[in-house]
Each structure stands twice: as C-alpha cells, then as structure tokens.
Design a protein around this ligand. Structure first.
Ligand code: DC
Length: 227
C-alpha cells in the first residue's frame, strides 16, 4: 500500500505522517529531506553562486549522489544520509532551507529523486510525504491526503516553533516566508504543488495532532478493508 501525503509547508505533514506510520506499521519516507540532501550536496560542492546553481556541473555529479535513510539506534528517529554520511542536522539549517526551492525546481533533479522514491514505494507499505506524491510519484496511490490550513495558522505554528528554539524572528517575517514558499511551490514549472483530484483534503487549522492522526488512520483502515 502507498499512502501519499501532500500539501503546503508547515501543515504538519511529517509530524502526522510519522505518527500514522507508527500506528499502522508503514515505512515513512520524507521526500523533502531528499531535496534538502541534494541541496546540501550542491552547497558542499560549491555549485551555488548566490541564487544561481551550476546546473551543468550538478547534472554531471548527480549520478554519484546517494540519499538514504537510517534509523537512529537509540531513538528510532529517521536520519537522512548523503553518500552514507548522516546529514540530518545540516539539511534542516537555514543555509539549506533558503536554497532548497531552487534545487527542487530543476527537472533533472526531480526525475532523479522521483525514480528513487518510486523504487522505495515498490519495496513495501509506505507513507510518503511531499508535494507531488499523489500527482507524479504515485498517481495510483491507494490513499491520498492533501493537507492544508490558512497561511496565518501555519505562520503562527512556525513562529512558535522558532521562538521555542530560541530564534529571534517576528511573526510578520515568518508569515511573509510562508506566503513566499506557497507561491514558489504552486507556481514552479516542473511538478507544482497541486491537489490530486482524488485526494482527501484535510484542513487541520482547528484540529489537534491526535485528531488529525486518528482521522487519517481511520480512513486508511477503511480503504484497506476495501470500502
Ligand atoms: O517538506 P520540506 O519543507 O522539507 O521540503 C523542502 C523543499 O522541497 C520545499 O521547498 C518543497 C520541496 N519538495 C518538493 O518540491 N517535492 C517534494 N516531493 C518534497 C519537497
């Protein structure tokens, strides 16, 4: 079974998908982490010049890039690896976050990662979160969710997270960043974020994480029973 979880940034896709995976014994795959790992690779290989990336060189080097996941022995947390080396912390930093949408808009990078995601999905029962899972990676997925919430709700969540981490940001800055990312994700030429026709829309603006997980678990169980 493949469960596709797409939607806007800061809708809690990964938090909820991980919990659903645990409850139902599915393998969780974070496809955003794969785009982040390639971005980190491009940074480490000095392929960025400001906002521009050397696409010719990236295309040459990409066949040598392996992105994989490993469970941390003590916590079971999923860690992202680049050519066998754990880069989980590096890919979550601002340097990567500020450039990942540039890498995610390159057609040959998407093709390279989509093939790997499709191979992972063929191996077993997976829940995969991203932007194009139900539309491009697995258009025939048995269950598709599209997660959304108002930009203000999402900006407030992100703002609270950053403040809790000790970052000094204003709510206005964060809201602007959320709106910019929405615009880039929905307007890029290759595989823009769109809702699949057969996706279940989950607006979790007024939902707790537990309610959100329960709704999805129940729906997946119904579908796997053939309803
Ligand atoms: O989910 P995230 O914020 O970690 O994703 C990082 C970036 O990668 C974000 O700009 C959207 C992009 N992305 C994508 O284009 N397609 C996917 N399947 C997953 C993420």
């Amino acid at each position: 079974m493949v469960v596709a979880v797409d939607g806007y940034s800061s809708t809690g896709k990964s938090t909820v998908a991980k919990l659903v995976a645990k409850k139902l014994g599915l393998m969780y795959i974070d496809t955003g982490a794969m785009y982040r790992a390639v971005t980190y690779f491009a940074l480490k290989s000095n392929l960025f010049n400001g906002e521009k990336v050397d696409e010719v060189r990236l295309k040459e080097l990409l066949p040598n890039v392996t992105v994989s996941f490993m469970a941390e022995p003590s916590t079971g947390k999923n860690l992202t690896c680049l050519n066998g080396e754990c880069v989980e912390n590096e890919i979550r930093g601002m340097e990567v976050s500020n450039r990942v949408s540039i890498i995610a808009a390159i057609g040959f990078v998407r093709q390279f990662l989509v093939e790997q995601q499709q191979a992972m999905g063929r191996v077993g029962n997976v829940i995969m979160d991203g932007r194009d899972i139900g539309t491009v990676v697995f258009p025939d997925a048995q269950v598709k969710f599209f997660m959304t919430a108002s930009p203000q709700v999402r900006a407030k969540r992100r703002y609270d997270e950053l403040i809790a981490k000790g970052d000094s940001v204003t709510y206005e800055e964060v809201e602007k960043n959320v709106l910019t990312r929405d615009y880039i994700d929905t307007h890029r030429e290759v595989s823009p974020l769109v809702q699949a026709d057969d996706a279940i829309v989950v607006d979790n603006g007024n939902m707790s994480i537990e309610e959100n997980v329960e709704l999805m678990v129940n729906y997946i169980k119904e579908r796997s029973n053939g309803n």
